[in-house]
Write a protein of this length. Structure first.
Length: 256
């Protein structure tokens, strides 16, 4: 998937300000075993439970990567039933971002880069909250949660945006365009409501996997970078005019 051109980006974090290695589970996302929704699916120690900003080992191939990126790793249990998914949460108010506030305007999207050693499906899980917090500041834990992009807690169907293994992918989750980024209810009603403040909280990511032996028997390793809210540009008037002219030419050829 190629990156969507954007304007007026609000950068949440590119991890460049972190002294690496950063604290495990203490910067943007907590360690993968924290969420009560999915912790029973994850092996305890000595399996890796990592959510850490690092400056070594970052996979090559991302033109936007800097010195640092976030690495997340865990191992699923061998015997827990489907669906396989992890809710990677931001829910610690003591962390630098706490539960980071995002602006949810029309024609805007959450964007970030991701690399995984296993193919997976990704959702952005947004808490609907009336918050006076500034962009990136702790927006609290009041309000219901919606899945953007799919339903990672379902065993089948649309489980999120697909990410192929071993390649960097830029994901974009449009906030108020369900025809492009569908919304599924987690604790909410399946409709993302920006409220009167036009804000919400990045509550977590949903990381879902096909239930196959390789996903249960090996460590999962994921890298992420460049979290931003970006504007999705509208088609320019020139592009619209060109499309109309091409359609007119095609119609005349059909008549000839």
């Amino acid at each position: 998937m190629t990156a969507i051109a954007s304007i007026n980006a609000q950068v949440l974090t590119d991890f460049e300000g972190v002294t690496s290695p950063g604290p495990n589970g203490g910067y943007l996302f907590r360690t993968p075993n924290i969420s009560g929704s999915t912790s029973s699916k994850i092996e305890a120690a000595p399996s890796p439970l990592i959510s850490q900003v690092l400056n070594t080992g970052i996979p090559t191939g991302n033109p936007n990567v800097g010195i640092n990126a976030m690495f997340v790793s865990w191992n699923f249990t061998n015997d827990y039933g489907t669906p396989l998914w992890v809710r990677l949460t931001t829910d610690s108010a003591s962390m630098p971002f706490g539960r980071p506030t995002l602006t949810l305007g029309a024609s805007t999207a959450l964007s970030f880069d991701i690399w995984s050693d296993h193919s997976l499906y990704v959702t952005a899980n947004i808490r609907e909250t009336e918050t006076a917090a500034a962009f990136g500041a702790n927006g609290g834990a009041t309000g219901t949660i919606e899945f953007l992009g799919g339903n990672p807690s379902a065993a089948t169907g649309n489980r999120g945006l697909a990410v192929a293994a071993n390649t960097w992918t830029t994901l974009t989750f449009e906030f108020l365009n369900p025809s492009v980024t569908p919304v599924f209810g987690f604790t909410g009603n399946g409709i993302l409501d920006p409220g009167v403040d036009g804000r919400g909280v990045l509550e977590s990511l949903g990381l879902a996997f096909d239930d196959i032996p390789n996903n249960r028997l090996s460590d999962i390793g994921i890298w992420m970078d460049n979290f931003s809210v970006v504007a999705i540009p509208e088609p320019s008037s020139a592009a619209i005019l060109l499309g109309g002219l091409l359609a007119l030419v095609a119609a005349r050829r059909r008549k000839a």
